[in-house]
Design a protein around this ligand. Structure first.
Ligand code: NDP
Length: 481
């Protein structure tokens, strides 16, 4: 093993390179529309025509359209009101320049985005992502998924997403602060606790939220706690928010397994990523009795057959922001590190993709199936390519889409807004109880909805339709807006 803690690259499909877009296989519009219901095909064609080259956005719209055909048949009023056309067009898209200077005085220009997708159920709500790959397509796909995910939580929140093509990795604290301040100097005019409430995502954690909230407070001269979520505990944050997406994903998986008469106890689990979502998913899975034997970052993956040491992983990845190879170096002989390669090579019964979009492709899915995987749940947003989803479902693997499985984060953000509005602060246990309840309700909504459309075990259908119907009914009630 090298001093970086890695063995030579494993002979396998390499995940998209650090900072790569993670774009899925380009969709062939003709083939995709041919497979769609005749009422939906023109909707998809229009989305492709009006958003050229936005592969991730096309992919996420197709994923929803493919599942809602039976709803449109049952509810002709949706088609009459052109609901699908309206729902796939963001209410507002903001693109702006973010100038900032680095520690040596060099000037940099980045591009900032906020897509305010749908406010039928409440203020726009969704995170900000800082990563070099961020572009209009990625922000739109994330915003679109967010609309239905937020609806599925049952909380009064609309959907939006934003970010910038800025890479915080390798930047000093002072540089990150200057960037965040410049970003918020423009974004603040579009936000408000009743209007648009961002949170974190890839590259945006408590540090970045702090710098942005501080700038918002300074510019507006208002201590408007509810304008951002994911805040620190001493300045308006909520307990469990940091853990919520990963914990929620683990609880969702536990529910999926219970439905099949199984449990996490003694199961081998592989998780991709080692950021906020991944680390907390690992922590909760292990608390619930599973054994997480592998995780990764954009430089490689670790195989730790005895189970990942979460405290060490938190120290290396969350506190020190180091490479995953450093975990291997400190863990000693128990763990093996692989530069590049795919974490899905490691045999497991449960796989939780928690890193980024389109990171689990058909080849990886095949390997998982051959190795005996029984459940896959998405901690990340759209990490599984359409081919991989198809392959897993055909192989009888229970598949939990991110729209449902990672909704615990935004649900707990809504709990943070609730606490901010009432100037209250709940205990960890109380908040976690609420999270468990919400994940269980989401699971039940997915299954009940899927069953009512004749596909009881199909979480993709259940999640899309349950989320879609809540938004669609609210949009109908609000008139042509
Ligand atoms: P973080 O920035 O905290 O962590 C991202 C992790 O993924 C890092 O470990 C990163 O590695 C790794 N990663 C990035 N690209 C790749 C790649 N190509 N291959 C392997 N690993 C990779 O982000 P989050 O944990 O917050 O977000 C992860 C996913 O979860 C995203 O899809 C996000 O949209 C989704 N999500 C997040 C929520 C939240 O509350 N934070 C809520 C709902 C969904 P490295 O350290 O090398 O950069």
């Amino acid at each position: 093993m090298s001093s970086a803690g890695y063995e030579p690259e494993a002979a396998s499909a390499t995940l998209p390179a650090d900072g790569a877009s993670g774009a899925g296989p380009a969709i062939d519009p003709r083939a995709a529309t041919e497979g769609l219901d005749e009422r939906l095909a023109p909707v998809f064609e229009a989305v492709i025509r009006r958003n050229p080259g936005e592969a991730e956005f096309h992919q996420s719209v197709l994923r929803v359209l493919e599942t809602v055909a039976p709803v449109v048949h049952r509810h002709p009023e949706y088609a009459e009101a052109k609901l699908l056309e309206r729902i796939s067009e963001p209410e507002r898209q903001i693109i702006f320049r973010v100038p900032w200077s680095d520690d040596s005085g060099r000037v940099h220009i980045n591009r900032g985005y906020r897509v305010e997708f749908n406010s039928a159920l409440g203020p726009y709500k969704g995170g900000l992502r800082f990563a070099p790959s961020v572009n209009a397509s990625i922000v739109k796909f994330l915003g679109f998924e967010q609309v239905f995910k937020n609806a599925l939580t049952g909380m009064p929140i609309g959907g939006g997403k934003g970010g910038a093509d800025f890479d915080p990795r390798g930047r000093s604290d002072a540089e990150v602060m200057r960037f965040c301040q410049s970003f918020m100097t423009e974004l603040h005019r579009h936000l408000g606790e009743q209007t648009d409430v961002p949170a974190g995502d890839i590259g945006v954690g408590r540090r970045e939220i702090g710098y942005m909230f501080g700038q918002y407070k300074r510019i507006t001269n208002r201590y408007e706690s509810g304008v951002m979520t994911g805040k620190g505990l001493s300045w308006g944050g909520a307990r469990v928010r940091e853990e919520a997406t990963g914990y929620g994903c683990a609880y969702f998986v536990a529910e999926m397994l219970t439905t099949r008469g199984e449990s996490l106890g003694g199961r081998r689990v592989a998780v991709s990523g080692s950021g906020n979502v991944a680390v907390h998913a690992i922590e909760k899975v292990q608390q619930l009795g599973g054994r997480v034997v592998a995780c990764s970052d954009s430089s490689g993956y670790v195989h730790d057959p005895d189970g990942i040491d979460v405290a060490l992983l938190k120290e290396v990845k969350l506190a020190e922001r180091a490479r995953i190879g450093e975990y291997v170096r400190r863990r000693g002989r128990r763990a093996r590190g692989f530069a590049g390669g795919s974490v899905w090579e490691v045999p497991c019964e449960i796989a939780l993709p928690c890193a980024t979009q389109n990171e689990l492709d058909a080849r990886a899915a095949r390997r998982l199936v051959d190795n005996g995987v029984i459940t896959v749940a998405e901690g990340a947003n759209m990490p599984t390519t359409p081919d991989a989803v198809r392959l897993l479902r055909e192989a009888g693997v229970a598949f939990g889409p991110g729209m449902a499985a990672n909704a615990g984060g935004v649900a707990t953000s809504a709990l943070e807004m609730q606490q901010n509005a009432s100037r209250d602060s709940w205990s960890f246990d109380h908040t976690e109880e609420r999270l468990i309840e919400i994940m269980s309700d989401i699971h039940a909504a997915c299954r009940e909805t899927a069953a009512s459309y004749g596909a009881p075990d199909d979480y993709v259908t259940g999640a899309s339709i349950a989320g879609f119907q809540r938004v669609a009914d609210a949009m109908l009630a609000l008139g042509l807006v």
